[in-house]
Write a protein of this length. Structure first.
Length: 290
């Protein structure tokens, strides 16, 4: 590994959010070189920034080799970030504003976003609420940026059924997750169903029409066995102008992360966007200033 270490309690950097919570994040690969581009990677519900390391998607080190600076936050209520017990701390807009707060604290103007599951929901929202901060986006395991209010209840029921341990700890049911719970790193004793419901409510807006103004390329990725294909009944194709979708055979909602096709799709997309942004910057440089 080139520098990605998790789980490890990072003393620095951490961001003190406006509501007094600490957000833990991994920040690796900064070179200080002019024009270095940044990728922010946003995990899904019940997950952590470890999703992006060698145990799962194994994307961080390849991105570092491409010259990117990589930032992987633990969303509030997850991983090594604070886990408040009040529902108000999980208002639908909170996670997106957390991302902007991290970028501001590091002096980063714009970034590429890679989201998985709820991390894709946050990504969709930021494409609308902070379009001037986003260079491009990958939205995995979340085919739509909008869920009708009448569909939220079905999603809540499905997620609560999928994560059987959600009312006692905050990690998917598996031996590795239980090991973390014993270690005390990922315990969530305050009723994680509140977090699930409030996160899903974030899908209710923005409205579909708002996505028509998105001006950056967006790459969707989903497994053909992902239940959200049926529940959400569509993708953002025809809504976001520069949107494409890759379907990975044989993978479900979480399994897609470990598929080599997922890794290659993300890396190929970001490499193309890295070149596109560089060309735009060179085109905006007046003669004599290069």
């Amino acid at each position: 590994m080139l520098g990605y270490k998790y789980p490890e309690k990072y003393g620095e950097p951490q961001v003190l959010l406006q509501d007094g919570l600490e957000l833990n994040f991994v920040d690796v690969g900064r070179t200080g070189a002019p024009g270095q581009q940044t990728v922010v990677m946003l995990h899904g519900m019940t997950q952590s920034s470890s999703n992006w390391g060698p145990r799962d998607s194994n994307l961080v080190d390849p991105l570092l080799k491409l010259g990117f600076r990589v930032i992987c936050p633990d969303n509030r209520g997850h991983g090594l970030s604070d886990k408040p017990s009040n529902e108000e701390s999980y208002i639908p807009c909170a996670d997106g504003e957390d991302v902007i707060k991290v970028l501001d604290s590091l002096g980063i103007d714009k970034a590429h976003l890679v989201g998985h599951s709820f991390g894709s929901t946050v990504t969709y929202k930021l494409l609308v609420t902070h379009p001037n901060r986003i260079l491009s986006a990958v939205t995995a395991s979340q085919p739509m940026g909008y869920v009708a209010p009448e569909e939220v209840a079905a999603l809540v029921k499905g997620v609560e059924g999928k994560f059987l341990c959600a009312r006692t700890c905050w990690y998917p049911c598996c031996f590795f997750g239980c090991w973390y719970c014993v270690a005390g790193e990922f315990c969530y004793p305050h009723g994680p169903h509140l977090l699930i419901k409030s996160h899903l409510l974030a899908n209710v807006n923005p409205a579909l029409d708002e996505y028509k103004a998105v001006s950056v390329p967006v790459q969707g990725i989903i497994g053909d066995k992902d239940e959200l294909i049926t529940i959400m009944k569509g993708t953002m194709k025809g809504v976001i102008p520069d949107y494409s979708m890759v379907v990975i055979p044989g993978q479900d909602h979480l399994g897609v992360l470990k598929d080599p096709m997922f890794r290659s799709t993300v890396l190929d997309f970001l490499k193309r966007q890295q070149g596109r942004v560089l060309q735009q910057e060179l085109g905006n440089t007046a003669p004599g200033q290069q």
